[in-house]
Each structure stands twice: as structure tokens, then as C-alpha cells.
Write a protein that binds this ligand. Structure first.
Ligand SMILES: [Zn+2]
Length: 245
């Protein structure tokens, strides 16, 4: 009878010891993980903000992030049209911003992510992107036509030339404008952003038309301007994708 009363007690004690052992093992494991985490963060292998690990964007395929400069944004008004008394009627910066927004809407609908930058945006420094396009409009004179230029001494001349070819194919088709190449200036080919971005990023600057002679297109016809730019960018990206296959 004595043995019969001891056995259940032993069994209970055995279970209790097992549980304590498991609890101890689990606590040790958590402690080791915590120490590993702290050491990893201290050495810079693991980010301090662990929310980055649970950010769903980390696990989604990255859409190509095309960069557009909304010409003069955050800096000045660019070219202006004034009335007889000198009051400003229209600024280049507002045209550029409107078109940049319309292009962004169109590209995002087609699954292309877009970064709209200001004229001297800090993010231009070493910018790596499928392409950078800077949108400008020309002065308020009675001339008509668009101009596109890439940098001189490009490190990706074939890509820059291909971007211009896409613009020359699609921009006049959408807008009805003709190229106005005789007025491409040093300011365009030596554009400041060309020197700041990463050398491997294809880039161009587009003067979308003249605020004077092309005013109705740039204002009431801004959707057509945006269509032409969107088609140019899509042309460049499509050929780029085909090249990398
Ligand atoms: Zn400008």
C-alpha cells in the first residue's frame, strides 16, 4: 500500500520537473534570441526599427520608379506671361506641375511608380532610376515647338539617345507640335540635374512648348501633353524591358 501511495506522488513530481525543464529551455531560448537581436542591432546587421521587417512593401515586387522633375518647383516660377501692366498671367512652374501630376496619374494606372521631384531636390543626388525626365516650358514668346535634349558626355549615350527617340516619336504625335531644335541651349545639355544623378540613370530634359505660341496646348490641352510624355516614357520602358529579357 505504501508503494501505491508513493507512485502517484513520484509521477506528479516527475511531471513537474519536466515542465520546469521545458519552461527553463524556452526561457533560455528566448534569452538567447534577445541577446542575438541586441548584438545584431549593435553591429548593424538588424535594423533598430523592427517594423521594417513586417512592412508588407518589403515583400511586394518593386515597381520601376521613374523620376520626373517638375521644372522650377520649389525654386522659382520659371518663364512667365504678363499683361500690359506687368501682372503675371501664367507661370511655367504651374504648367510643369500640372503636367507632372497628369503624367503621374497615367503612369500609375499602368503600374509604373513615379517620383516627382522639385528642381533642386535632394533626392537627385546619385539618383538611380529607370529614367529621369525634367519637364519645362519655354518663354512667353510667339513661337511654337518642343525641344528635348540629353547631356553632353553621357555615360549611357545609347540609353539617352533611345529616350530622345521615344520622345521624338510619341510627343509630336500626341501634341501636334514640331521639334524646335535650333534653340536647344547649353542650359539644356549641361542641365544641373544631369551632373547630380547617378551616371547610369538615363536622363533628358523636355521643353514641352512655348508659353506664348503654344499656350492653349499647355493649358487647356495639358492632357494631350501628358499623353505624349506618358507614351514616350512607356516606349522607353518597354524597349528597356525587352533588352533585359
Ligand atoms: Zn524652365
Amino acid at each position: 500500500m505504501l508503494a501505491a501511495t508513493i507512485c502517484p506522488f513520484r509521477a506528479m513530481r516527475h511531471h513537474l520537473i519536466k515542465r520546469i525543464q521545458r519552461l527553463f529551455a524556452l526561457t533560455s531560448l528566448l534569452l538567447i534570441l534577445a541577446i542575438g537581436l541586441l548584438v545584431g542591432q549593435a553591429l548593424g546587421f538588424i535594423p533598430k526599427d523592427l517594423r521594417a521587417f513586417v512592412d508588407p512593401a518589403r515583400f511586394l515586387p518593386q515597381a520601376p520608379q521613374v523620376a520626373l522633375i517638375s521644372g522650377h518647383a520649389g525654386y522659382d516660377s520659371g518663364a512667365v506671361c504678363t499683361d500690359a501692366s506687368g501682372a503675371t498671367l501664367l507661370t511655367e512652374a504651374e504648367i510643369n506641375a500640372r503636367v507632372a501630376d497628369l503624367v503621374a496619374q497615367r503612369l500609375r494606372l499602368s503600374g509604373v511608380d513615379l517620383l516627382i521631384l522639385t528642381e533642386y531636390d535632394d533626392r537627385l543626388e546619385n539618383l538611380t532610376a529607370p529614367l529621369l525626365l525634367s519637364l519645362h516650358a519655354d518663354s512667353c514668346v510667339d513661337l511654337s515647338g518642343y525641344k528635348a535634349a540629353h547631356r553632353t558626355n553621357s555615360t549611357v549615350p545609347a540609353e539617352d539617345a533611345r529616350l530622345l527617340a521615344c520622345i521624338d516619336l510619341h510627343y509630336p504625335a500626341a501634341t501636334g507640335l514640331r521639334p524646335h531644335p535650333n534653340t536647344i541651349t547649353h542650359n539644356m545639355t549641361s542641365y544641373h540635374a544631369f551632373r547630380r544623378i547617378h551616371p547610369s540613370t538615363p536622363a533628358a530634359i523636355l521643353e514641352m512648348g512655348f508659353l506664348g505660341g503654344d499656350q492653349s496646348l499647355l493649358t487647356t490641352g495639358a492632357a494631350r501633353v501628358a499623353d505624349g510624355i506618358t507614351a514616350s516614357i512607356q516606349c522607353f520602358l518597354a524597349e528597356r524591358g525587352a533588352d533585359s529579357k
